[in-house]
Design a protein around this ligand. Sequence first.
Ligand SMILES: *Cc1c(COP(=O)(O)O)cnc(C)c1O
Length: 384
Amino acid sequence: MSSNRVGKELADFLLQIEERSQFHAGYPYNLSCDYSAIGKFFNFLLNNAGDPYVEPDFGLHSRKFEQEVLSFFAQLYKIPENQFWGYVTAGGTEGNLYGMFLAREIYPNGILYSSQDSHYSIAKAAKLFRIQHNVVNSQINGEINYEHFEQLISENRSSPAIINLNIGTTVKGAIDNLDQVLEILERNQIKDYYIHCDAALSGLILPFLDGAPQINFEKPIDSIAISAKFIGSPLPCGVVLTKKKWVEKIETAIEYIGSKDTTILGSRNGHTPLILWYALQTRGDDGLAREAKTCIQNAQYLFQQLKIREYPCMLNNFSNIVVFQKPSQKLIKKWQLAIFENWAHIIVMQNIDREKINTFLNELLLEEGLLNNAEDFQLQPVLR
Ligand SMILES: *Cc1c(COP(=O)(O)O)cnc(C)c1O
């Protein structure tokens, strides 16, 4: 290809991506980030292969930043510095795979319980690691059905229980109740259990919301996976945290890399820890808290506006996922809405502000004949 042609291809692609980013509402990605300050590092190889806490001879890595990122999450999830272990993953899926792998290593005969609304990576983990998987029914709001869970637990009292707890389901943003699950385990005298929390999106929202369920290591959870969806990262990534004692139980030393083989992947992205570090340094707890609250308020605003016009919709407590009746194909395409059966959802991230919500509402309600003219909408008072 001539350099002219390469330039044109890239310019076209840039335009396309800019346009698609403008109208992106169906998937949980924070698109309002600017990482140009660390752009120069993309001319270098960075590979954090192996354990984030073992210094290798190989020098092109970003472990220092990875460790600081992990310490931030450890503090947020209330596990002492000397008791946790974790690493920056390739995303929510790798964190879930890691949690399930660790659980299986600790309880080789354990049975996995997770609700129907769990992310598909949980069923994938059960397959990969050959864990017996008992799928628990969900409630309408996406939360696990506790009666069904207890029934399955009571039928398998002699086996250790591996539980994937959803801290914000993918489709409806429902939160499984940890206390209720613990009660059921106790009532059925299950002593050997492992609780993994899939907090892919809500993991960086709930800790900052007043009154929201606080799921952290002060309670008997064993691992948690969080993706960078809410932080926002041009390269998909995430974080997994667990208890050091579990990892020490299963680790093996690998001479060739001068490290310990504790991670799922061998070579690991060295740029993503830098991205996360930069995001946390520049936004901090306060910035993230503000963003979390704004997203939740904006989701409630979208939900209220649909509800007062009797447009079928649903919103879980402490969630930024507004579920509503599937609109026209035209709107689904334009706004890149995720669809399931007769439903669609908008995930109100940082880049979905009031203005964008109003634009969408105008288009939807006009199409549905629920609005007389496009101007009406802007006159609606803002609900709190
Ligand atoms: C998105 C998501 C995942 C998977 O995360 P990836 O980064 O796409 O691998 C897992 N669990 C939940 C609840 C999610 O929403």
